[in-house]
Design a protein around this ligand. Structure first.
Ligand code: FAD
Ligand code: N01
Length: 553
């Protein structure tokens, strides 16, 4: 057991539910709980709502699921009235939407900003959580919901000399609120995942010179972003019932699109090529759903990967650069596929240099340069697009203590263990939204967030109505679920990549495929069945006589 102090002291306030985080998950959780008469308090370390869209303000940041779908569905009025301007809204617009939701549903009075939840301890005698906050207060709650985000713990790379660099250093996941202007500057970008791929073309337009330091080349599909016309918005709104229903119950990834009915090898070369060409021209994430076996069969996957590699060679004029930009060490889609605007074409610009740091790793960062391969690349500013300690990083930062004083970090030392991605045995009344073991980051996340929020609200209402005091995942149900999550993952090509899905981007993090790849629709059905069977696999304990939990006015 670690020696850090337990949560003790007099609680200043008490709630039915404490929610940690005010991104899309925390905001909807609050709205839904209040609607059911629960008292709830949200704590958010930032000074505003929006989570991902509050923190990731880097140039070029936008969603990669189309905005008409990457939006809440719980309010018909909201989805009919909000006007998305572009096919993929830029970050400022998504943040404006989050703020609109907060105002529209009057959420702010129940959110305490600039407050980090530091510790949470379960008291087995009272079945209450004591929650310690960064402002020194301790509050108690029957339930704690971690809406802390899967991509909210920005990871600083361990590169020698980074702290001695005299220019400005920015992390894409922790971007300043004021405008950053790179005009006339020599900028270095380290990292070529989605954040790097979105920011590189925009920074290249501004900077006098841009040097991109690439360790792993990534697959990227053109976004084909465009302004939405009023007719397009109206047409989409008219079919919302069908779109949302499909995304929730039938899709694998929470996105409304055609379902593939055949594998890549069922078509001849010409037919297959023309299908890839059509998806490339359409742009966006649905490139990967043209066939039903791209994530399952290496030979099928190779056909899609080869197609994208050929496209890169067509776009990038310098054959050496093109070769470097062609991904060659993982199946397409096994790392989250990127969606870009002019990323590969940016390397045709005279003011952009590509540096291969796979062959020549960065030796050190000096006061004014990045040194690799014995050469100094002079830069005035550095952009770290180096990603996140994903899925578990923000949970791990909270000192969470369940039964017998066990910490969640101790329990998850060999990798996260949950039942349905929602709860972990030994930690009663503690829920995670889009936690490891659920479809989460493999999906249109707002669909998965809404599903979890609805399920959790149903669950705590059920407990209140029947007088249950505590609910907890049973160990055997959890063990079976973890085994199932792993088994399904290893039927796919995903585990072959050194991805953040596998925890491979964080030195020392256990290599476990964290999200559940069984599909959004099937997963929802499993969760609904569990609830319908009186929360099968969970232990419910409490008063013999039903009694009402304190309900706020
Ligand atoms: P977050 O938005 O991450 O919010 C969590 C909040 O919890 C944060 O504000 C954080 O400050 C707070 N918090 C964490 N720990 C504590 C603590 N201890 N105390 C207090 N507060 C805490 N998904 C898609 O489906 N489609 C997309 O197009 C898409 N684009 C993305 C683009 C970027 C740049 C990134 C980084 C992610 C993207 N994602 C996308 C994933 C995105 O994270 C989710 O879609 C969604 O916004 C997550 O919402 P959330 O509320 O679960 O988490
Ligand atoms: O992070 P990443 P991200 N030295 O981990 C490199 C979502 N998102 O912020 O691959 C040198 O994908 C690392 O190299 P390697 C989306 O889910 C969505 O880009 O480990 N390089 C890699 O190139 C996404 O998947 C959008 O070899 C180092 C890069 O940094 C997730 O967030 C936009 C390094 C990190 O890539 C994370 O994306 C943005 C080091 N020490 C984010 N450490 C949309 O488009 C790391 N790297 C909607």
């Amino acid at each position: 057991m670690s020696a850090s102090p337990s949560v003790s002291g007099k609680a200043s306030e008490s709630y039915d539910v404490v929610v940690v985080g005010a991104g899309f998950a925390g905001m909807y959780m609050l709205h839904k709980l209040r609607g059911q008469g629960f008292s709830a308090r949200v704590y958010e370390q930032g000074d505003g709502v929006g989570g991902t869209w509050y923190w990731n303000r880097y140039p070029g940041a936008r969603c990669d699921v189309e905005s008409m779908q990457y939006s809440y569905s719980f309010s018909e009025e909201l989805q009919q009235e909000w006007d998305w301007s572009e096919r993929y809204a830029p970050q400022p617009e998504i943040l404006k939407y989050a703020n609109h939701v907060a105002d529209r549903f009057g959420l702010r009075p129940d959110i305490q900003f600039n407050t980090t939840v530091e510790r949470a301890e379960f008291d087995e005698r009272t079945n209450l959580w004591s929650v310690a906050l960064s402002d020194g207060k301790i509050v108690t709650a029957k339930f704690v919901v971690l809406a802390t985000g899967c991509l909210s713990n920005a990871r600083m790379p361990e590169i020698k000399g980074l702290d001695r660099f005299e220019g400005k250093v920015y992390h894409t996941g922790h971007w300043p609120h004021e405008i950053v202007d790179f005009t006339g500057q020599r900028v270095g970008v380290i990292g070529t995942g989605s954040s790097g791929i979105q920011s590189v073309p925009v920074i290249a337009e501004q900077a006098s010179h841009l040097t991109v330091f690439q360790r792993t080349a990534n697959f990227s599909i053109p976004a084909r972003n465009a302004m939405l016309t009023e007719e397009e918005r109206q047409a989409f709104r008219a079919k919302y019932p069908e779109v949302r229903q499909f995304a929730r119950t039938e899709s694998r990834n929470g996105i409304y699109t055609e379902m593939p009915d055949r594998g890549a090898l069922d078509d001849g070369d010409n037919e297959r090529r023309s299908k890839y060409e059509a998806r490339w021209t359409r742009g966006g994430l649905t490139f990967m759903s043209v066939y039903n076996n791209l994530a399952l069969d290496q030979t099928a996957n190779d056909t899609a990967a080869d197609f994208v590699r050929e496209k890169i060679a067509e776009i990038v004029k310098d054959p050496e650069k093109a070769k470097l930009l062609q991904p060659n060490n993982h199946p397409i889609g096994s790392k989250r596929i990127c969606i870009d605007t002019e990323y590969f074409a940016t390397f045709n610009r005279p003011n952009v240099t590509l540096v291969d740091i796979k062959s020549n790793p960065i030796e050190e960062i000096t006061a004014s340069a990045v040194r690799t391969g014995g050469k100094d690349y002079e830069v005035d500013a550095l952009v770290l697009a180096t990603g996140f300690d994903a899925m578990t990083g923000s949970v791990a930062k909270i000192d969470i203590r369940g039964r017998n004083g066990q910490t969640l970090n101790q329990k998850w030392a060999e990798g996260p263990r949950t039942y349905l991605g929602l709860m972990s045995a030994g930690f009663p009344n503690l829920f995670v939204i889009t936690g490891p073991g659920s479809p989460s980051v493999l999906s249109n996340m707002i669909v998965s967030i809404e599903q979890h929020v609805d399920w959790i609200t149903g669950c705590v209402s059920y407990m209140r109505d029947r007088g249950f005091e505590a609910m907890e995942a049973k160990k055997d149900a959890e063990d079976n679920w973890v085994a199932h999550v792993n088994e399904v993952a290893y039927t796919t090509l995903y585990p072959q990549a050194n991805s953040w899905y596998m925890g491979a981007n964080v030195p020392g993090k256990p290599r476990i495929f964290m999200p559940y790849i069984g599909g959004v629709g099937p997963y929802r059905q499993i969760c609904d069945d569990v609830a319908a069977k009186g929360y099968e696999g969970f232990a419910l304990t409490g008063a013999e006589q039903p009694r009402k939990m304190a309900v706020s006015s």
